[in-house]
Design a protein around this ligand. Structure first.
Ligand SMILES: *Cc1c(COP(=O)(O)O)cnc(C)c1O
Length: 349
């Protein structure tokens, strides 16, 4: 713990690679991965596929690229992609589905637990005819980032996925934080994924790797995904240098429970501040609603930063705090007392 260092709760992407990860990078066996010659990348892809119960996996530079490759491989230009209204692919990937893959996006509302109901999916699917484009893909998200790291239970995922499959529409899961969901729900990630066709997850978030994500699915899908990765400029050469820390990051799945405990501790502390409303988090993302304190997210984030705590503005009155590998319970307590100090120092309006 940290007398004066900045406590960075902006995201779980801010973790720095451990000494062991740096050592692993230094000594990694490498080769040209575009030629499939990198043994470290091959091993990472093998272990990652196994961990999510899929046939094959592809190491990609980022979660955004993994999602966009999946979207591209599943669909044909001119089709629709069905997305939940607040999903990452819809909100935060630069309209990649239309830009890269020539798709029209159709958004639907989430039901309970941040996932569209089977009925909503069925209603949202468009059957191709002379006038209508046809739905090429349903994409779901777990944990749900924008809605506060909600861990979507298997039954909810299954209902949405089954409705899509009934109409012959494949299902991708944006599982950037799928292991946070698995740990929170106390089920293996592979179980949660039973009815989805492909999944993308980030090594560079709660798992603590410096770089990279994994796209997993059937063998034939991953073969095609490898071509699209090359097309997007993601064919990497001696990538074992970054895959080696990625392999170590897979050992960090179980310890995500600590991040969830720290998030609960943080949420309880923030909720006690005047006018703050902070729901108990499922996982490592805490959303502070501060309209009741007449405090905008921009003002809160500035005040936090001044006091030595990093946070992310999420909406006019919603600020996100994320716990991760590089903060412990003492850091959370220190962050809370710094924020409390900053709030008392704010000029009254
Ligand atoms: C972070 C995130 C991504 C994108 O991952 P990057 O590695 O930042 O490109 C995709 N989906 C969700 C839900 C995320 O939280």
């Amino acid at each position: 713990m940290t007398e004066d260092t900045f406590i960075d709760l902006r995201s779980d992407t801010v973790t720095k690679p451990s000494l062991a990860m740096r050592e692993a990078a230094k000594t990694a066996e490498v080769g040209d991965d575009v030629h499939r010659d990198d043994p470290t990348v091959n091993e990472l892809e093998r272990q990652a596929a196994q961990l999510v119960g899929m046939e094959a996996a592809l190491y990609v530079p980022s979660g955004t690229m993994g999602n966009q490759i999946a979207v591209n491989v599943h669909t044909n230009p001119g089709q629709e992609i069905l997305l939940e209204r607040e999903s990452h692919i819809y909100r935060w990937e630069l309209a990649g589905a239309s830009w890269i893959s020539g798709l029209q996006t159709r958004t639907i509302d989430a039901g309970d637990r941040c996932v569209p109901t089977g009925e909503a999916v069925a209603e949202g699917i468009v059957e191709e005819d002379l006038h209508r484009p046809g739905t090429g893909l349903l994409s779901l998200e777990n944990t749900h980032n924008y809605r506060g790291g909600v861990a979507v239970p298997k039954a909810h995922l299954d209902a949405a996925a089954t409705a899509a499959h009934k109409a012959d529409v494949p299902v991708h899961l944006d599982g950037a934080r799928i292991f946070n969901a698995a740990v929170a729900l106390d089920v293996p990630a592979a179980d949660l994924l039973e009815h989805v066709d492909t999944v993308n997850f980030c090594l560079s978030k709660g798992l603590g790797a410096p770089v990279g994500s994994i796209l997993a699915g059937e063998e034939g899908f991953i073969e095609e995904a490898r071509r699209v990765r090359k097309l997007l400029g993601g064919g990497m050469r001696q990538a074992g240098m970054i895959a080696a820390p990625g392999l170590l990051s897979l050992e960090n799945v179980d310890r995500l429970a600590e991040d969830h405990e720290n998030a609960e501790r943080l949420a309880a502390g923030l909720d006690a501040f005047d006018g703050f409303e902070v729901p108990d988090p499922d996982t490592n993302i805490v959303l502070a609603h501060t309209e009741g304190a007449d405090l905008t997210a921009a003002a809160l984030v500035d005040a936090c930063e001044e006091a030595g705590v990093g946070a992310s503005p999420f909406d006019t009155y919603i600020t996100r705090f994320t716990t991760h590998l590089d903060v412990d319970a003492d850091d959370v307590d220190a962050a809370l007392s710094r924020i409390e100090g900053a709030l008392t120092a704010l000029p009254a309006e």
